[in-house]
Each structure stands twice: as C-alpha cells, then as structure tokens.
Design a protein around this ligand. Structure first.
Ligand code: SF4
Length: 315
C-alpha cells in the first residue's frame, strides 16, 4: 500500500523515520521522499523492499510540499547546508526525483546535494555526490545479496562511471558482511583505486527488525577498524571517513516539541511503517504510536517514549 503525503493531507514532514525531513543537529539534512525500494538486500538494516516482512505500507511525499518544508528548515541552518537524499528505500524509485533535485538547487544556502542509491535505476540528476551501494564485484554474489533480478553489477558499474564522467563525486559504499563478502571487499578497494572512486566501507549491523544472515554476527568496532587499517596499509589508501572530512559540522536544529515521558493528546492519521503502529499528529509533528488499534480520525492519549532528533515514538 502506497500512501501519498501532500500539504493537503495535513501530515507534517517532521517526526517519522520513513518519510520527510530528518535533522540531527548538523548542517546536513536528510530528505526522505519515498520509502519504496526495488530490491531486497539480504542484510537490509531497515527490512526494505517488496519482500519486507515488517513493512506493508510505503510512503511517498509530494515534491512541492517537500521542497517548501526543506526551504523553511534550511533558512534556520546557516549558509552551507548539505541535503542528503536518502531513504529507508531507494531514492531513485521516487518518480519526481529530477524535479526534487532541481528544486533543491534553487534553495539559497543549499551548497551540496548528495544521494544514496543502489545504482539499479538510471536517472540523470544534478547532484554533487553519489553514494553508491556496492557490496560485491562478483555478479552472482551481487545478485544474491540484492535478492533481486534488478541487480546487474555491470550496470551498477556503468551507473558509477556515467556519474563520474559528469564530474560528480562517486563513493562506493560496500557493507562488509563477515563470512559473506570478505574476499569481495579487497577487490572493491582495488576497483575503486583503479577507477578513482571514493570509498566508504560500512560495518554490517544487526538490529531487531533488520534482515539477517543466519549465524553471522556483527563484528565489534575494534575488529572492523583493525581490518580497515590492514587494508589501508595493503592498498596505500585512507579508508576511514570522518564527519569533518565530509564537511559536516554542528548547526542549529529544529525545535523538539515533545518531552520524553510527557502525556499528550493526538489525532490518529495514518497507518504506521510497522504493522502494529499508527501515525498520529500533534504540534506540527508526526508521532509513531506503538501497539495502536485505533482508527484514522480517532483522538488518543499517549505517553511519549522517544524524542531524539525530532523522531517521535509513543504508546
Ligand atoms: S537498497 Fe537499501 S533499502 Fe533497498 S533493500 Fe537494499 S539495503 Fe534495503
């Protein structure tokens, strides 16, 4: 089920992890236009894609509405804002992506636009940085990890090349899954070195609702960085990327409107991202309500459980 969120819907764009705008108190704003994904990675930390066991509801935000709301937030942030178009899905599944990027370019103080992608859907968009998921060079393993016939690693390589030729920074972002793609990571590092791509190797994480590889445990950060340092020596490259390297710094943040532990009255408006949740609205924010059996339009009294970064959870 795809839910369209427009200004007329009256659904605020702050408060939810699956759509809208996320402000973590820096000059980088995450903009989430869609939660749809066209593939089904076997290790997906958000259980995305059509094979998802947890998510039967997907969201898509109207482009004009999103641009208006981003414009308001950018005005609070200073003059060097980066917009990162990311998603709990695949941003290139958003039908209005070209329009979104062109609109973001028009916003004063937006200095950089970056995007996350699995590289399986080609669209020519005017961004500054492409962060390309790239978990295996081996075509069979790449397709197996994507769990989708949409994954053709040669096409993903071509995707990266086309953006690089436009002068856009391309960063290959493999998730290193111990015991699964260990031998692929050095090949990816070598490939990035030869092709002059940036690299952002990511640690495999296991969350309550993520898709998991059976019997594979996440490494400790110590184990992860020990191996990263070995690869740095082997390839003569720096593989550790800090927020400072990426030009990210603290900046004023959008005000949080609820306090943890507070009891509030809200109106139920939408189905939640997880099956047992509903999304309620109050004080210009959405609040995800756990274990909610109420219907759209009902008023509820709930206790706020989480407020971090203006992402609200209540019960
Ligand atoms: S592309 Fe991203 S959101 Fe989609 S299934 Fe893979 S990891 Fe999950």
């Amino acid at each position: 089920m795809l839910i369209h969120i427009s200004r007329e819907s009256g659904i605020p764009l702050f408060g939810n992890i699956a759509f809208g705008i996320i402000d973590r108190g820096t000059n980088l704003l995450q903009v989430r236009a869609t939660s749809v994904c066209n593939i089904n990675c076997t290790f997906c930390s958000v259980d995305g894609g059509m094979f998802s066991q947890q998510h039967k509801v997907f969201y898509e935000v109207d482009c004009d509405y999103l641009l208006e709301e981003v414009g308001k937030v950018v005005a609070l942030k200073g003059n060097d804002v980066e917009i990162n178009i990311d998603s709990v899905g695949e941003p290139f599944c958003y039908p209005q992506l070209e329009k979104l990027v062109e609109g973001l370019r028009e916003i004063q103080c937006v200095k950089k636009i970056s995007i996350q992608t699995n590289g399986t859907i080609w669209k020519d968009i005017n961004v500054d940085v492409v962060n390309l998921s790239f978990h295996a060079i081996d075509p069979i393993l790449a397709r197996k990890l994507a769990n989708s016939p949409c994954m053709d690693i040669d096409k993903v390589k071509d995707f990266g090349e086309r953006y690089k030729k436009k002068g856009i920074i391309v960063r290959l972002c493999p998730v290193w899954i111990p015991g699964v793609n260990d031998t692929e990571i050095p090949k990816i590092i070598q490939y990035a070195k030869e092709k002059d791509y940036f690299l952002g190797i990511q640690k495999y994480e296991v969350y309550a609702y993520s898709r998991k590889h059976e019997k594979i445990k996440a490494q400790s950060w110590y184990q992860f960085y020990s191996q990263i340092k070995k690869w740095e020596k082997e390839f003569g490259l720096s593989l550790q990327v800090t927020a400072k390297d990426l030009g990210i710094h603290k900046a004023s943040r959008v005000e949080e409107v609820f306090k943890k532990g507070e009891r509030v009255k809200l109106e139920v408006r939408l189905k939640g991202w997880f099956k047992d949740q509903m999304i309620a609205v109050g004080r210009g924010r959405t609040v995800t309500v756990k274990d909610c059996t109420k219907n759209e339009g009902d008023l509820i009294n709930v206790k706020i459980l989480e407020t971090k970064n203006n992402i609200y959870l209540a019960k």
